[in-house]
Design a protein around this ligand. Structure first.
Ligand code: SAM
Length: 298
């Protein structure tokens, strides 16, 4: 944290697998991952072997769970080989994220309805079912609605903790929401609002307004703020390996948490620089330490 109370932000421009590999194990209290949704076979397997299997602490790929994981992954391939390709891209990044997660840390994986269920089964086998904390549903209501089925207007965020006995979670500091029937509770309770459940109704980023950066997949600050408030303390370190417009970093910094953000897209880096002028921008992996802008060094 800097003297202003604002958290420091470090932006890495590069492939997140290479950047993550150079970061120290068990340093991040919160890791939020919002990978591109399953867009088909374009990424393929070029990066699949970047890390030897089973090295991340706490990973259960070896032994009984390891066999179970490989069997499950093989089974899912039969149902959907596009998902298998997607998972081949995501898995090494998830293993790195797990290695980087502190003992009291929490990992949030933001997915859509097409991936969420397969991913849940695989992550239970990979991290351990006892590490699963929550399935968050972020529900919104925007855009065209099909008349051929129920319009799909939600994302799923899977939440895993590194250590079920030690993870940090503070519901007292979380932004509250209005009661659906405020007349049924005391005026004091109605004024304070209620603690959100695991279903979050929240608008998408408004097309006009302070928050809008123009980055196509930008997530709302309100969603990230709850995540940061609940799963970190001021001064903790937050990581986003698919940072995009930098929502996680902007929210974390405003709440006095330090953040490391990674994106391979130059447009994302440029948006983040504008959004967080106090951030330090680093080209490539941390080893390079080629600082290209910023003054607020970590
Ligand atoms: C869904 S967007 C994230 C949006 C972000 N949560 C926000 O609020 O703006 C996914 C991001 O991952 C980045 N990305 C995809 N593959 C990557 C990789 N291998 N290394 C680094 N960044 C990657 C993309 O450039 C994109 O900006």
């Amino acid at each position: 944290m800097s003297e202003s109370g604002r958290g420091r932000v470090e932006i890495h421009h590069g492939d997140n697998l290479a950047v993550a590999a150079a970061l120290a194990s068990e340093t991040f209290t919160l890791i939020y991952l919002d990978p591109p949704f399953n867009t088909g076979r374009t990424r393929e397997r070029a990066i699949e072997t970047a890390r030897p299997v089973g090295e991340a602490p706490g990973i259960v790929r070896r032994g009984f769970h390891g066999r179970e994981y490989e069997r499950l992954r093989g089974d899912l391939r039969v149902y959907d080989d596009r998902f298998d390709d997607y998972w081949g891209y995501l898995e090494p990044r998830l293993l790195e994220a797990w290695r980087l997660l502190a003992d009291d840390g929490t990992l949030y994986l933001h997915l859509d309805y097409r991936e969420a269920h397969y991913a849940k089964v695989l992550l239970d086998a990979l991290f351990g079912r006892d590490r699963f904390l929550n399935e968050l549903i972020w529900a919104y209501d925007y855009g065209a609605k099909t008349r051929r089925r129920w319009p799909t207007k939600h994302d799923t965020i899977l939440v895993y903790v590194k250590n079920p006995d030690r993870y940090w979670f503070d519901s007292e500091t979380v932004d509250r929401e209005p009661y659906m029937a405020p007349g049924l509770v005391t005026p004091e309770k109605a004024a304070r609002g209620k603690l959100p459940t695991d279903v979050w109704w929240h608008t998408i980023v408004p097309t006009t307004g302070r928050e809008k950066t123009g980055y196509p997949t930008q997530k709302p600050e309100g969603v990230l703020r709850r995540i940061v408030q609940a799963s970190t303390r001021p001064g903790d370190l937050v990581l986003d390996l698919f940072a995009g417009s930098g929502t996680t970093g902007a929210v974390a910094s405003a709440l006095g948490r330090d953040a490391v953000l990674v994106d391979s897209n130059p447009d994302a880096v440029s948006v983040m620089r504008q959004r967080m002028p106090h951030a330090q921008v680093v080209a490539g992996a941390p080893d390079d330490r080629a600082v290209v802008s910023g003054t607020d060094a970590r």
